[in-house]
Write a protein that binds this ligand. Sequence first.
Ligand code: GDP
Ligand code: MG
Length: 279
Amino acid sequence: MTMQAMPATCQTCPAYNAASLKKLGVSTEGADYVIALAGNPNTGKSTVFNALTGLRQHVGNWPGKTVARAEGGFTYHDKTYKLVDLPGTYSLLSTSTDEEIARNFILFGQPSVTIVVVDATRLERNLNLALQILQITDRVVVALNLMDEAKRHGIEIDVRHLSRKLGVPVIPMAARQMQGIPELLDAIDNVARNKVATKPHHIRQQDSQVEYALNTLVEEIEAAYPGLPNARWVALRLLDGDESIEQAISENRLGTLAETATIMQQPAPEPIIAVEAIS
Ligand SMILES: Nc1nc2c(ncn2[C@@H]2O[C@H](COP(=O)(O)OP(=O)(O)O)[C@@H](O)[C@H]2O)c(=O)[nH]1
Ligand SMILES: [Mg+2]
């Protein structure tokens, strides 16, 4: 396995960024951990959300947007978890409001764990989003949902191999039948409490000119926005001509978010070399 036991660091510190989350409209009061739920539309995200939170949930809006946001809570092994359902998206790269919300939440909120729900019957398409998320955060659990459907279609998945390749826990599930929920809870708990160290798959960029441009940009971004959680990812998006990131910089929104972005007691993420959509 690529996951190994972590040295005992700060077990009690919250890993999420409370100040940034507050700006994103999420109160973290009383929560030991904040968990984001991401995934393509129709993968069973809401089903997983309901299975984990039961009746302890409420629906509001993302601040300044008409996009609904479900929030809920649960406790597990004496810890209180806050679960936030992100909009269902196929990617985090384009400029739709949904994708921007999901991306900002993961990038700036630094949730303790991001669950990526993927459809086991459409694995290749679904891994696109999962891989993009793995470029931004190493605190990921993949919920491999709709395993009953996959079985029905004669699709076999080597879950251990997938987990080894992705470098994060992969939990096979059939959420509608409540199958895999205890295992998912255990995996969330393991990542949130640093009981396993993940080693997310990073897509490498071989081109030395791109690498040079990236390094130059990273230095400038870091100088302009000290404490930004993932300058390299922002640099990649700028090189890719990402208008929403350009806009965030020109309106100084990136700076406002970055000011509050104190990196908590997390292991420093490995540098990202490139983000590429696999399709
Ligand atoms: N067969 C099967 N259906 C599921 C499973 N999980 C969710 N569904 C169904 O898939 C549909 C979409 O689920 P939903 O949770 O709304 O997906 P979301 O769009 O990702 O929030 C619903 O009809 C669910 O009942 C599962 O594990 N197996
Ligand atoms: Mg839903």
